[in-house]
Each structure stands twice: as structure tokens, then as C-alpha cells.
Design a binder for this molecule. Structure first.
Ligand code: SF4
Length: 468
């Protein structure tokens, strides 16, 4: 089992007059690959009511080739890159999802998790909807297709009153692309301007990568419509903002902007705060690549101790669909990192990690540093202990598999084999992030879920229902 948590997905939406929107969608999802590496897809409408869809399993660059993009004509496109949080990995569960309802055919790309999808699926089934996937995103798509209203804005507003949980969506109709952020704003969504059009994306890094300038982070409950008439923003339901605080810690790319602040700077502040809370004498600070590096640099700057690289990441250690053997799994960390012996031997090392899930990867990294000659290893974690699972679009192990939910600090320290251990305090984390510090979801640390969840909700819930 992997010892990482995964973001659910990345979404994009594009309007580009007189040009192929699919090419921008491709590069948009390509730069959101860190949010999902299991499957990718793009859907377009070509202005003559003709729809086009291409999806496949694997990384964005391996799913699409030049020929596939040429067969996705049209000014309007949406794209998706997926990591599953509900439903198995399969081409059928890949997105965008195509559904038809009383108002025609739409395509939907979803990042998040609809926590009342079991109830909604039952209701829609009773209306005659035939589901073809085991994903909550198909439930969201059909709920939208069957929502009442004269316009898509009205139907989306109606959808917001029924769907609970996390959803940042891009929606493609025959005449427009819509971007929708749920009333709590669990997952990010933003839009930017192209020389000749508009782009909506999960993160601002995707706008940068397609040459678009950020106009605005879409607010919770906002509906953004782009098409030949320009851009129109409508406000739907708004509830207390609950942006996932883990977007700041780990999920979002460091060059993205969240709540008006570059994530890299936020992570540096987390590292600096970690030093103020739990410093210890040492020769150098190092971090587990890549996501913990900004916090490591922040810690080192605040401590006045050199930051040094000790582990070089194998850039090609991406996700594959070939199952490793147990031997390879055990050796996985060696395949992932190579130690820089010169920087490690005889040193007192402060090792920064951004989070600890089961602890297996961290323990292997600590072992690697020990066998490479580190004299002392002091582990500092730039987030509080993860004690609860996420139900809002992040794939996390069950609670009983989370090391911090079962063990005391001293037991975790022993299990990881470090000389000392400290996590960032919740208050320190809240001080480090941009915006009002009560406007974040922190349920995986505190257990205080902002939207009630069925705690037994399983990733494979619809596979189980289908088998009954
Ligand atoms: Fe993010 Fe944790 Fe809340 Fe999930 S539970 S949305 S990972 S802060």
C-alpha cells in the first residue's frame, strides 16, 4: 500500500474563439498532473452541436497524441485528470463524464467528493437514470442534468441546494463552459484571460502554463460562464468558507496562488514557525523532496542553519499501472531517492516532512539517512498529526491505518527511528496560511467535519452496491 495521500483531480475549462480549445485544455491538465495521475480526458463541442470526447487511463502525456487532439475540434472544451476517491480506476470512471437529460447533453469534470451521493443516486435511479460508472461524479452530473431551471445557471443553483460536500466543476454544454465552486469552497478553482479567450482551472499554475493571466480565484458558490458573449459571473449558495488546508500543506503546486498568496511562501512560513516552536541544535536542515522543500528552506532561514539537499529524487518515479512485487515495494524508497553521502555523513540533521500518513515512507527515508552516516536525525513535520480520514475529495487511508491516530508521540518517534520528533501546532499552521484562519477545513487533524459525513463511506461504495 502506498504511504501517500492523493488529491482527487484537476479540472479545466476553455473558450477560445476560432481556435482549438482542446490544445489549451491539454496543456492545462498536463500542468495539473500532480492532482491526478490515473486517467485523463478532454471533451469538446464544435459549434455544430457535435460533441467529441477522448479519455484513457494513465498520465496525460501518454493518454493523448497529436492525432487525438486533432479529433477534438471546437471552441469550447473541458478537461480532467483523475485520482479516484470514489470508484475503481477504469476508463469508464475516467472523466469528463457525458450525461443526457431533459435539457440535452452535457459533460462534467469534477474535483471533490459528493458526500450524499448514495442517497442522490438512489433518488435518480428511481427517476429512471441508468448509471454506467461507479463514481460519485456521475451522480453529480446526472443531478445537474435533471435539476430544474430555465437556464444552466438556474439549474446549477438548484444543484447546489441538493449536492453536499466538495465539488469544483467544469461543465460543458453546447453553448458555453461553466466553472462552479461548491458553497464551502473546499477545492480551489480560478479563471484567467487568454489573448483570445478564457480559461478556468483548478489551480493558477495551469493558467500560467497556458499563457493566461489570473483574473480571479472563483469564490465559494460562484458560477462562472464563458462563451462567445464573454464572461458572466452568478452567485449561487454561499456557506462558511472551508478551503482544504491541505491544499496549502501538500496538494497544490508551490507556484500556485491560494487566497491571494503563493503556496511556496505559505510553506516557507510553516517551516519558519516550526523552527520557532521546536528548534534543536543541528548542523543542517534538509527536506523530503519535493513538497517539503519550501518548509525546509523556511525552517533553515529562520534557524540560521544551512539548508542542504540530502536526497535526490528520481524524476521518473511516476505512477505506473504495472504492479510492483513486494520486494520492489520494500525497496521503493531506494528507487525514489538517492542519498548524497557527502552532505549526510557525520551530520546532525533536521529532516523536514510535510505530513506523515502511515509512516512507512518516512521510516524508510530515516533508515536511508542513517545508513548514509547521519549522526542524529530530528524529524520536524510542517503540519499537525493526521488523525482522521478525509471525505472531501482526498484519498486517505482509514483512520486505523493513520500512525498518529493510533500511537503516542513517543511511540511514533520510536517507530520512525528518529532522535526527536515535533509536529507543527494547529495554531502555528493557522497563523501561517493566508486569509482568515477560521475559513479552512482542518477535519483530518481535528475530526471536526464541516459537512456531516457517513463515516463508513467507502471509496468502493458503488462497487459494493452494484454487487448486491
Ligand atoms: Fe483537506 Fe483534511 Fe479537510 Fe480533507 S479533511 S478537505 S484533506 S483539510
Amino acid at each position: 500500500m502506498e504511504d501517500q495521500i492523493h488529491d482527487a483531480c484537476g479540472v479545466v475549462g476553455v473558450y477560445r474563439p476560432q481556435a482549438e480549445a482542446s490544445r489549451i485544455a491539454f496543456f492545462g491538465i498536463f500542468s495539473l498532473q500532480h492532482r491526478g495521475q490515473e486517467s485523463a480526458g478532454i471533451a469538446t463541442f464544435d459549434g455544430s452541436h457535435r460533441e467529441h470526447l477522448y479519455r484513457g487511463n494513465g498520465l496525460v502525456a501518454s493518454v493523448f497524441n497529436e492525432y487525438d487532439l486533432e479529433n477534438l475540434p471546437g471552441e469550447l472544451a473541458i478537461g480532467h485528470t483523475r485520482y479516484s476517491t470514489t470508484g475503481i480506476t477504469s476508463v469508464e470512471n475516467a472523466q469528463p463524464i457525458r450525461v443526457s437529460g431533459p435539457h440535452g447533453t452535457i459533460f462534467v469534470a469534477h474535483n471533490g467528493n459528493i458526500v450524499n451521493s448514495v442517497v442522490l443516486r438512489k433518488e435518480l435511479g428511481e427517476k429512471g437514470v441508468k448509471f454506467t460508472t461507479t463514481s460519485d461524479s456521475e451522480v453529480a452530473a446526472y443531478l445537474l442534468a435533471y435539476s430544474p431551471g430555465l437556464t444552466w445557471e438556474e439549474r446549477i443553483k438548484s444543484f447546489m441546494t441538493r449536492a453536499q460536500g466538495a465539488y469544483s466543476l467544469t461543465i460543458l454544454t453546447n453553448e458555453a463552459v461553466y466553472g462552479v465552486r461548491d458553497p464551502h469552497g473546499f477545492r480551489p478553482l480560478c479563471y484567467g484571460e487568454l489573448d483570445d479567450g478564457w480559461v478556468i482551472a483548478s489551480e493558477t499554475c495551469a493558467l500560467d502554463n497556458v499563457g493566461s493571466s489570473l483574473v480571479k480565484e472563483i469564490e465559494p458558490g460562484e458560477i462562472v460562464k464563458i462563451n462567445s458573449e464573454g464572461i458572466a459571473i452568478t452567485q449561487g449558495t454561499v456557506k462558511k468558507t472551508q478551503l482544504c488546508i491541505f491544499e496549502n500543506i501538500y496538494f497544490s503546486r508551490p507556484d500556485s496562488i491560494l487566497n491571494g498568496e503563493q503556496v511556496y511562501s505559505t510553506r516557507e512560513r510553516m517551516g519558519a514557525q516550526l523552527f520557532r516552536e521546536s528548534h534543536v541544535p543541528a548542523d543542517l536542515v534538509t527536506a523530503i523532496p519535493d513538497s517539503a522543500i519550501p518548509a525546509g528552506i523556511g525552517y533553515a532561514n529562520e534557524a540560521g542553519i544551512p539548508y542542504k539537499e540530502t536526497l535526490i529524487k528520481n524524476r521518473n518515479s511516476g505512477r505506473t499501472f504495472i504492479e510492483p512485487t513486494q520486494f520492489l515495494r520494500d525497496e521503493a524508497v531506494r528507487g525514489k531517492f538517492t542519498p548524497l553521502l557527502k552532505n549526510i555523513k557525520g551530520q546532525r540533521v533536521i529532516l523536514i516532512d510535510d505530513s506523515i500518513v502511515r509512516g512507512t515512507t518516512t521510516r524508510q527515508v530515516v533508515e536511508l539517512l542513517r545508513t548514509s552516516g547521519a549522526m542524529e536525525i530530528h524529524l520536524r513535520v510542517s503540519s499537525p498529526p493526521i488523525k482522521f480520514s478525509c471525505h472531501y475529495g482526498i484519498d486517505m487511508p482509514n483512520r486505523d491505518e493513520l500512525i498518529a491516530s493510533n500511537k503516542s508521540m513517543i511511540d511514533i518517534q520510536k517507530e520512525l527511528g528518529v532522535d526527536s520528533l515535533a509536529y507543527l501546532e494547529m495554531q502555528g499552521l493557522k497563523q501561517s496560511v493566508a486569509g482568515r484562519n477560521d475559513s479552512y477545513c482542518d477535519a483530518c487533524f481535528t475530526g471536526e467535519y464541516p459537512v456531516p459525513v457517513q463515516l463508513e463511506l467507502s471509496k468502493m461504495v458503488f462497487e459494493k452496491i452494484a454487487k448486491k
